[in-house]
Design a protein around this ligand. Structure first.
Ligand code: MTE
Length: 323
C-alpha cells in the first residue's frame, strides 16, 4: 500500500513559487478548477562546505553553441533556473539550492556496465574530455506544468552508449543517481525508494536529442541542477531527466523509476509530453513559463515531434505513452 505523502508538486503553491509566479499560477489553477492545491565560469563550483572543489574541465566552458538546437522562446534567466529546482535528495521543495551545496562533485565516477562489450568506470573529467562538449538550447517541461528554456552544455547520450558497445540483447538504458544519506538529507527519508533511478529504451538513447549535461549557462553545472552530470530528454516530462548520475546500465529489463515505484498511475515509463493527456490530478494543456510571468499552450513532444515521433509509431493511442 502506497504511503500518500505530499511531494513538492503537491505542497501549497505559496511555499514553493516566487510571489508573482504564484499569483499567476493560482489564477490559472482556479480557472481550471483546481483551487490552490495542485501542484562561475571559474574552476570552482558551489559555495559553503565544499567551495574549494576544483573542476579540471572548467576550461571547456562556455562551449560552442550548436545552432541545430534552438528554441524560439527566450532563454530563462539563470537566476530563475538556479533557484527553482527539483532535487529530492536535498529536499521536497523548490528552494533546495542551498542544501544542494552539500553535494561533493569531485572526485566523481560514472560506471557503465551491464550488457556491453566494454564496461568501464569513467573518471568524470576523462569522460567529458573524451566525449567533448557543445551547447544546446532546449525546452524543459516539468510534469508540474511549468517550463524553462535552458542553454545546456554536454554531449549526446548516444556517444557514451556507443563507446560501451551494447550487446544485441540490450533493450534499455538504466540510470542511477548517487546514494549517500550522510551527504544528501533527503535520502534519509526512508519511505522513498532511493537511489533515484530512470530509464529509456536503446532506441530512445540512440536518438540525437538525449543530452548528458555537464554544464549550463556557459559554466560547469551548478550542484542544484544535478552536477556533475545529468540527463536531459527535452520531449519528456522533466522527472525523466535524472541528476547526478553515477551508473549507466544496459539491460534487457525495463527499469522501474523512482517516481513509478511511488505512484505508477501518475508517473509512467514513457512520460512523453502531450497536452491532451492530463495528469490524473491536473491539466497538461498549458504551462507556466518561469521567469516570464505568462502561460503558453503545451505542444506534443514538447515541440520535438520531428525528432522523436517515429519512435512511438503505433503507440500514439496509448495513454501510457504520455504519462
Ligand atoms: N534527479 C534526481 N536525482 N532527483 C530528483 O529529485 N527531479 C526531477 C529531475 N531529475 C530529480 C531528478 C524532476 S521532477 C525535474 S522537473 C527535473 O529534474 C528538474 O531539473 P531542474 O531542477 O534542473 O529544473
Amino acid at each position: 500500500m502506497l504511503i500518500r505523502k505530499r511531494r513538492g508538486w503537491e505542497i501549497p503553491e505559496s511555499q514553493v513559487t516566487p510571489e508573482h509566479v504564484f499569483f499567476n499560477r493560482r489564477r490559472f489553477l482556479q480557472a481550471a478548477g483546481f483551487g490552490a492545491a495542485g501542484i562561475a565560469a571559474s574552476a570552482m563550483v558551489g559555495r559553503g562546505a565544499h567551495a574549494d572543489e576544483t573542476i579540471p574541465t572548467a576550461d571547456l566552458y562556455p562551449a560552442a553553441r550548436n545552432d541545430r538546437y534552438m528554441v524560439e522562446r527566450a532563454i530563462t534567466p539563470e537566476k530563475v533556473n538556479t533557484t527553482y529546482n527539483n532535487f529530492y535528495e536535498f529536499g521536497s521543495h523548490k528552494r533546495i539550492y542551498d542544501n544542494a551545496q552539500d553535494l561533493v562533485v569531485r572526485p566523481w565516477t560514472v560506471t557503465v556496465d551491464g550488457m556491453v562489450a566494454k564496461p568501464k568506470v569513467w573518471d568524470i573529467d576523462d569522460l567529458i574530455r573524451t566525449a567533448g562538449v557543445e551547447e544546446r538550447v532546449y525546452r524543459h517541461r516539468c510534469v508540474e506544468a511549468w517550463s524553462m528554456v535552458v542553454p545546456w552544455t554536454g554531449f549526446p547520450l548516444s556517444k557514451l552508449v556507443e563507446m560501451a558497445e551494447p550487446q544485441a540483447g540490450a533493450k534499455y538504458v538504466r540510470f542511477e543517481t548517487f546514494l549517500d544519506p550522510d551527504m544528501a538529507s533527503g535520502q534519509r527519508q526512508d519511505w522513498q525508494p532511493w537511489p533515484y533511478v530512470e530509464g529509456v529504451t536503446v532506441e530512445e538513447a540512440a536518438n540525437e536529442l538525449p543530452l548528458l549535461v555537464t554544464g549550463a549557462y556557459g559554466k560547469p553545472l551548478p550542484k542544484q541542477m544535478g552536477a556533475p552530470i545529468r540527463l536531459h530528454l527535452p520531449w519528456k516530462y522533466g522527472f525523466k531527466s535524472i541528476k547526478s548520475i553515477v551508473k549507466v546500465t544496459l539491460t534487457d529489463q525495463r527499469p522501474v523509476s523512482f517516481w513509478e515505484t511511488l505512484q505508477a498511475r501518475e508517473y509512467g515509463f514513457w512520460a512523453n509530453v502531450n497536452p491532451e493527456v492530463d495528469h490524473p490530478r491536473w491539466s497538461q494543456a498549458s504551462e507556466e513559463v518561469l521567469g516570464a510571468d505568462r502561460r503558453i499552450p503545451t505542444v506534443i513532444y514538447n515541440g520535438y515531434g520531428d525528432y522523436v515521433a517515429h519512435l512511438y509509431k503505433g503507440m500514439e493511442d496509448q495513454r501510457s505513452t504520455f504519462m
